[in-house]
Ligand binder design. Structure first.
Ligand SMILES: [Zn+2]
Length: 387
């Protein structure tokens, strides 16, 4: 494929916006390589919250770059602005400008997309609650992004991912049902039975039941064909949906009446956040979400100088000074401050300082803990609401 930059090319600044290289030329010409503090913030007021992810690539990009990099822990769920309306710096980089400044383009690109995916996954998880959320969206984006999509949707709250490489990346088993192609090629009964035969032990048995006929009648046949059927999947085309929630409700009713209470109903196919409540209420016991998560809008992160050679300095619209981020253990408020310690303005309790070192003088000290980061995301969701 010709349209993918290799890591070597990214590292060699081939994906950097050209204006940074011009800036570098000027600075080199005048022999000026100042020590700067740069912060990454998202000033948008339109997001209910941000779920930070992609620290693995941040660390990778700054490995060996003679800078100190701090970030909120991966998986931190935070509002774009603190209790006083100050944008919260998710990442802070300290070092000589020419040692890392040219990487602004790939730093922002990787962090914005990874966090955009994790954030959307966490919105879905908040709405879906304690039932499975499956990441099915790899097919909507460039295949080279599959590990990125699945890793970050998992951290954001997806329970399983569908791509082989994504599952390998997070150390989990890939989850999937069966493609319509299989049932078209060998027929429904035979397709279900053979699928049951070849699928490894311990993996869920989920039968697709919307290929030809009525979903409830097909669900009963599938439940007969596969003895240990875990769920049926309804991926009904939008042209045939009518009221999708009512179809789910009917299927649930018939399964229950035929002694199949333990067979769940997974819904998929263009599921959006606003569909979740109705479908869940109708009896959906799992959600396969594709495009809405994999092509989630990137978080609008920007990276700005806030201090040059010890002197606070920044552009208009930004807040100068090297800052720290604090969070209250009691009320979960965030506070941005230039101090080393802070008390919560709400309840006076000592606040927790949030930054963790990712890179120490060019040495990566970030340790990836994917499952812990995901668990951390889920624990924080109770503090945040969606309208
Ligand atoms: Zn507090």
């Amino acid at each position: 494929m010709k349209n993918i930059a290799s890591f070597e090319e990214i590292s060699n600044l081939k994906t950097t916006d050209v204006y940074f290289l011009r800036a570098r030329e000027v600075l080199k010409k005048i022999g000026f390589n100042p020590r700067v503090v740069m912060e990454v913030t998202c000033s948008s007021r339109n997001l209910p919250w941000i779920t930070l992810s992609g620290i693995d690539d941040l660390a990778c990009l700054l490995d060996g770059k003679k800078a100190d990099v701090y970030s909120l822990p991966e998986g931190t769920v935070f509002p774009s602005r603190d209790i006083n309306g100050i944008p919260i710096p998710a990442v802070k980089i300290v070092g000589k400008y020419l040692d890392f400044g040219m990487l602004e383009t790939p730093i922002l690109g990787s962090l914005s997309q990874a966090s955009g995916i994790a954030t959307k996954a966490s919105y879905f998880k908040k709405r879906i609650g304690n039932i499975p959320l499956l990441s099915f969206g790899v097919r909507r984006m460039h295949p080279a992004l599959a590990p990125l999509i699945d890793r970050n949707s998992y951290i954001g709250g997806c329970d399983r991912v569908s791509s082989i490489i994504g599952a390998e990346r997070i150390g989990q088993r890939a989850e999937g049902t069966m493609p319509h192609s299989l049932l078209l090629l060998v027929g429904e009964e035979r397709g279900w039975k053979m699928y049951d035969e070849v699928t490894e032990k311990g993996a869920s048995r989920i039968a697709l039941v919307d290929t030809y006929g009525d979903e409830k009648e097909t669900s009963l046949r599938a439940a007969k064909a596969i003895k240990g059927l875990n769920a049926v999947r309804l991926d009904t085309p939008s042209s045939r949906r009518g009221n999708f929630a009512d179809i789910v409700r009917e299927v649930r009713w018939e399964l229950d009446r035929n002694g199949k209470k333990d067979v769940g109903i997974i819904v998929s196919g263009g599921i959006k956040e606003e569909d979740v409540e109705q479908l869940k209420q109708a009896g959906a016991s799992g959600f396969g979400v594709g495009t809405a998560i994999s092509s989630a809008a990137a978080i609008d992160f920007a990276m700005d100088i806030v201090n040059v050679e010890g002197k606070d300095k920044t552009k208009k619209g930004k807040y100068s000074g090297s800052k720290n981020v604090f969070r209250c253990r009691k009320c979960h408020s965030y506070l941005v401050s230039v101090n080393q310690k802070e008390k919560c303005p709400n309840d006076g309790s000592q606040m927790e300082s949030m930054y963790q070192k990712v890179v120490d003088g060019g040495k990566v000290v970030y340790k990836e803990r994917i499952d812990e980061s995901r668990k951390y995301v889920l624990e924080q969701l109770r503090w945040f609401q969606l309208s």
